[in-house]
Ligand binder design. Structure first.
Ligand code: SAH
Length: 227
């Protein structure tokens, strides 16, 4: 059974979007993963098919209704579905490579995309949604965040990434940022490729890369080095 994603959204046309192209797109076609979308609005019951209402207690914007969203979730993920239920949310735990790996090793994910001011708190509790953030900034909706999460997960699935080894040497995989890369031409605008990289000495190359990794991490992301 390959990784199965179900995305709940008011904009199903946004999927697979960028994930229909390149490695993810080829993987989708080949069945390395699958994607279905659920239009949340299909689960509205009133005449206007409304999915949102004004915030209790007042204030700006609108809030997605718990009842409509719960019906959509129950449809996409009936009892017994082993997949985790995620809610893209700026209040969530920041997404990191460790969670991406866990998700990629599992059966798939049910992903709820918020819109407006967000969703009624009660549906988060009642359907046990895991809130995940992709960074400390506000998007207009959860769809772009869901695409980011799925992109990160799908590239790890068996049969998606051509060169299997490159996934293991990436930034964050060993708690460090990656070393710099170079390729031909040998000279570019007066700058040469560091001589060690064309020395053919694999031990020295590995040592140089490790040192560069540590230098860049200390300089740019000292938080990653803290125990
Ligand atoms: N009023 C909310 C922001 C709502 S933005 C607040 O201040 O916290 C509308 C929707 O976009 C959210 O419900 C969520 O699904 C999505 N979203 C916005 N920023 C996000 C982020 N950084 N990570 C993940 N999802 C995000």
């Amino acid at each position: 059974m390959s990784f199965r994603a179900s995305v709940l959204t008011l904009y199903p046309e946004m999927f697979p979007g960028a994930l229909g192209l390149s490695l993810a797109g080829r993987g989708l076609e080949a069945g390395a993963w699958s994607l279905d979308t659920v239009q949340i609005r299909d689960f509205a019951t009133d005449r206007h098919r409304s999915v949102d209402d004004t915030p209790s207690g007042g204030g700006a914007g609108m809030v997605m209704r718990a009842d409509v969203l719960a019906r959509a979730i129950d449809h996409a993920s009936p009892e017994g579905d082993p997949r985790p239920r995620l809610l893209m949310s700026p209040r969530g735990k920041p997404l990191a490579q460790a969670r991406v790996r866990e998700l990629a090793a599992g059966p798939g994910a049910v992903i709820v995309c918020g819109r407006f001011e967000g969703v009624d708190e009660r549906v988060i509790a009642a359907r046990d949604l895991e809130e995940i953030s992709i960074g400390d900034f506000i998007l207009s909706g959860g769809e772009a965040a869901a695409l980011v999460l799925l992109d990160a997960v799908v590239r790890l699935l068996p049969g998606v990434m051509g060169n299997v080894r490159s996934g293991e040497e990436e930034s964050f995989e060993n708690g460090l940022l990656e070393h710099p890369h170079y390729t031909r031409p040998q000279e570019f605008e007066g700058m040469d490729i560091p001589p060690v990289l064309i020395s053919g000495d694999h031990a020295r190359i590995a040592a140089w890369r490790k040192a560069e990794s540590e230098r860049l991490t200390a300089e740019r992301r000292p938080d990653l080095l803290k125990p």
